[in-house]
Design a protein around this ligand. Structure first.
Ligand SMILES: [Zn+2]
Length: 469
């Protein structure tokens, strides 16, 4: 059962390589139905002309949660931020490429801590679809929407490791990826993708499977604790304990899919490091909050857009007409989502009537955690059919604001907070960090929906193809 869901002669060589890389990326986007996505790249981005960029005259949202600062400049050298501050004080080293961003807003690239990669074509999910190329295609789609890092949550084939390691060895031209490899699923129970995960039946098997994942050098261990509304067996407590203990023994953090409040409490007691969904069966209580605070447990991903998406397409929905949405999916996916047959299939789910309630409860529970001071990140569960890469992250920002966060809190969750979870050199626009950033035409703090007004996206100081607002 599927849950879901990086002098002169050298400079010339570098520039040729980058132009070629962008052309390949454009071809991939066109293949994905993102026809409009590459036009901005035609004149050759500023990043192609040199390794030192000076972005100027923008309003800075730096990802730390600090208030926006107008009239800022940023010096980027070899893909990393060298200096940030007021335009009047900006350094102008020899050979610097100036980029005037007057009237624009610059924020860190979004970091999605819950995605699934590479197994979906149009609206069909299959283990066989998973290849290094299918992963790269998704990572380029994410990047085109300003999502510059993703944490893939436990449904990756082994091809993920080569893609990830190549990115980490250089300056990627697509979203950076962290992976939980193949997450731990209880045999016969809920979670994972058949043909990818290796279900376990006993604590000993669970320990062995965690060891196998650690041997592949996963970034995290993922486990699923759910019974799909009492329709499937749930991972027993002794197995979740074995998974968490072994992950910790091997120096990895463990992340859980949860649905029920009682499971969340037991997992916190067992030492889980973070949740990749909100609790959805009941309002969370003081006991869970106190336990999470005592143990430093993170709400890593609230996945509010997941809860909205699972009931959004059971009837005609204006989202499928939104050009910003349409650039993220194939024409066949749009046709499929709009078909009355699929709407009927979605709305005939026996649990259909409960879905709006789970959606509202996820928002309320997340808001409770935020008010209580629980550390939180940002994540969507995008990837499975109908939960599209790229659009979903913007949707998540909008849902977070609906849940009661300020736009600045939502953006900080998706940038600085998420990078803190990953211990990554990204997520805040400060000296020493990678220049992974999004340039917007309008102020997302004035209206979070302005997250759509993407002008350009940079990863490690290179412009990557991006969607249109
Ligand atoms: Zn998921």
């Amino acid at each position: 059962m599927i849950e879901h869901k990086e002098k002169d002669r050298m400079a010339h060589h570098r520039n040729t390589w980058r132009v070629r890389t962008r052309a390949l990326a454009c071809a991939a986007l066109i293949g994905a139905g993102l026809l409009g996505a590459c036009s901005k790249e035609a004149p050759g981005g500023a990043a192609a002309a040199g390794d030192t960029l000076l972005l100027s005259n923008f309003t800075l949202i730096d990802g730390t949660g600090a208030a926006a600062k107008p009239g800022q400049a940023m010096l980027v050298e070899d893909g990393r931020i060298k200096w940030v501050g007021p335009v009047a004080e900006a350094p102008h080293p020899d050979g610097v490429q100036p980029v005037d961003l007057a009237g624009k807003f610059v924020m860190p690239g979004l970091i999605d801590l819950h995605v699934h990669l590479g197994t979906v074509q149009d609206l069909t999910q299959k283990a066989d679809f998973f290849t290094a190329d299918s992963v790269r295609k998704d990572l380029r789609t994410y990047a085109s929407y300003g999502v510059t890092t993703v944490q893939s949550m436990g449904t990756d084939g082994d091809a993920i490791f080569g893609v990830r390691d190549a990115e980490r060895a250089g300056r990627p031209d697509m979203a950076r990826v962290y992976t939980a490899g193949q997450g731990i699923v209880f045999k016969g129970g809920y979670g994972g993708v058949p043909g990818i995960n290796h279900p376990v039946a006993t604590p000993a098997e669970a320990k062995a499977e965690v060891d196998a994942q650690v041997a592949k050098n996963v970034d995290f261990i993922k486990l699923w604790v759910d019974d799909e509304l009492h329709s499937m067996p749930k991972m027993p407590a002794e197995i979740s304990k074995a998974v968490i203990d072994e992950a910790h023994a091997k120096g990895k953090r463990a992340l859980a899919h949860v649905f029920y409040l009682d499971d969340a409490k037991r997992l916190v007691e067992q030492g889980i490091d973070g949740f990749v969904h909100s609790v959805r069966d009941k309002p969370i209580d003081d006991a869970l909050i106190a336990a999470m605070k005592a143990k430093g447990t993170w709400q890593v991903a609230p996945t509010l857009s997941r809860e909205a998406a699972v009931h959004a397409f059971g009837a005609p929905n204006p989202i499928t007409k939104d050009p910003f949405f349409r650039q993220s999916v194939s024409p066949a996916s749009v046709t499929g989502l709009e078909s009355p047959e699929r709407e009927k299939t979605v709305s005939s789910n026996p649990n259909w009537k409960f879905l709006p309630e789970f959606d509202e409860r996820a928002k309320a529970n997340f808001a409770t955690e935020v008010k209580a001071g629980i550390p939180y990140g940002f994540g969507t569960d995008a990837g499975p059919p109908g939960r599209v890469p790229g659009y979903s992250e913007h949707w998540e920002l909008w849902e977070m604001v609906k849940a009661g966060l300020t736009p600045l809190q939502a953006i900080t969750a998706a940038t600085g907070n998420a990078a803190k979870w990953l211990n990554a050199d990204t997520g805040t626009l400060q000296p020493g960090k990678w220049a992974d950033l999004v340039v917007l035409n309008a102020d997302p703090l004035a209206d979070i929906h302005n997250s759509k007004t993407i002008d350009t996206v940079y990863i490690a100081g290179n412009k990557v193809p991006s969607v249109k607002p």
